[in-house]
Design a protein around this ligand. Structure first.
Ligand SMILES: [Zn+2]
Length: 370
């Protein structure tokens, strides 16, 4: 009898230990993370090494829509991965060659040179908008993708660097007339250089919100096309990772990104907290701080029942500042904290030459794989 009690006690103790152990492992496993992705190219190098996506814990691949082929999509799906397309909305600079009237106009009324070489497009140019909408529809029609992510959906500004360069645009006649009409604002008959000062001064709130609304309306149309063409596919967006107060409210004031308004149409938010590139090379915790802010701002906690998801794209490839191999784990640790429920790495194309980081990523992904 005593022996039986002892045996029972032993079982209870072992059981408790197992429970404690498994709850510790559950934390490590990040069971809330459903997407372990790579961004930026086909994972050919991995297959050439005789490896599978599963060997590296990868279950999602994000490819630029121009790089999609039916064969690639089929190959990735056979390996059990979801395939998502990246789609360039406002940064098809080649369009300007034949349509110079789509170039953004600056505060002086002249064409605004591309800040640090980053060329945006006037957001009210009807021909450009149709061009992008048609291309978006074609991607969804032609490929059996699981979703499509908007990219560069912001104004003519070079923000993907430690010190952003964000000129005020677009003050073309088309934009000014549409603003006046949409907001019932009477603009005086004055040169553009004076009107721009009026819009950035007396009418600033109204101007900023109108610009945001124009960009949001693009998202509304993308959503409608997606629902009509490939219902069930996810609509995501790669967006600036700043908070609403960073850079004096530049997210809306300069970039025209109204995340709360876009949430009506977007399923997945993929902020781009490239810590090394954006001036935080020794502070990977910046990644989880920005993700936490976004969750609070949009009311996303990372529960499975929520419609909206946050899947950040985190930097492990060198771009500007290098990311050391020893930092990969920490970057992924911060990238996989709630409210994030998925993560992807930036960017495959550059990691081909930095294979030690692929190995580090693969280890981490495998550890947290469900
Ligand atoms: Zn314009």
């Amino acid at each position: 009898m005593i022996l039986l009690k002892f045996t029972l006690l032993l079982f209870v103790v072992i059981g408790l230990c197992a429970m404690v152990g498994s709850s510790g492992a559950a934390d490590n496993k990040r069971q809330h993370i459903t997407i372990r992705g790579i961004y930026g190219g086909m994972s050919t190098e991995l297959f050439e090494r005789g490896k599978t996506l599963k060997d590296y814990g990868i279950n999602a691949v994000f490819i630029g829509s121009g790089g999609l082929t039916a064969e690639r999509v089929a190959l990735l799906k056979r390996q059990g991965a979801k395939v998502f397309a990246e789609f360039n909305t406002m940064h098809e600079a080649g369009y300007l060659k034949e349509h110079p009237d789509a170039a953004p106009i600056g505060v002086d009324g002249k064409v605004c040179p591309p800040p640090n070489g980053w060329q945006g497009i006037c957001p009210t140019h009807p021909g450009y908008r149709k061009y992008r909408m048609d291309a978006f529809r074609a991607v969804l029609q032609n490929f059996e993708i699981d979703g499509i992510w908007l990219d560069y959906h912001h104004s003519h500004a070079s923000w993907e660097q430690a010190v952003p360069n964000m000129p005020d645009t677009c003050f073309c006649n088309r934009c000014l007339q549409q603003f006046a009409r949409d907001t019932n604002t009477t603009l005086p008959n004055k040169p553009t250089a004076e009107l721009s000062q009026l819009l950035l001064g007396e009418h600033k709130d109204r101007w900023v919100q109108w610009r945001c609304d124009v960009f949001t309306d693009w998202v509304r149309e993308f959503r409608a096309i997606l629902d009509a063409t490939r219902p069930g596919a996810l609509l995501g967006t790669f967006h600036c990772p700043w908070s609403d107060t960073d850079y004096d409210g530049a997210l809306k004031n300069k970039l025209a990104i109204d995340l709360k308004a876009q949430a009506k149409y977007v399923d997945v938010f993929s902020p781009m907290p490239y810590h090394a590139r954006f001036g935080h090379p020794t502070d990977p915790a910046w990644i989880s701080r920005q993700t936490a802010w976004l969750g609070k701002y949009l009311g996303i906690e990372g529960k499975p029942s929520e419609r909206h998801k946050i899947w950040p794209i985190v930097q492990i490839a060198d771009w500007g500042e290098p990311v050391p191999v020893s930092q990969v784990r920490e970057v992924l640790d911060h990238g996989t904290r709630l409210p994030a429920t998925g993560v992807m790495i930036f960017r495959w194309g550059a990691l081909r030459e930095q294979w030690a980081k692929v190995e580090e990523m693969g280890k981490f992904y495998q550890e947290i794989a469900l």
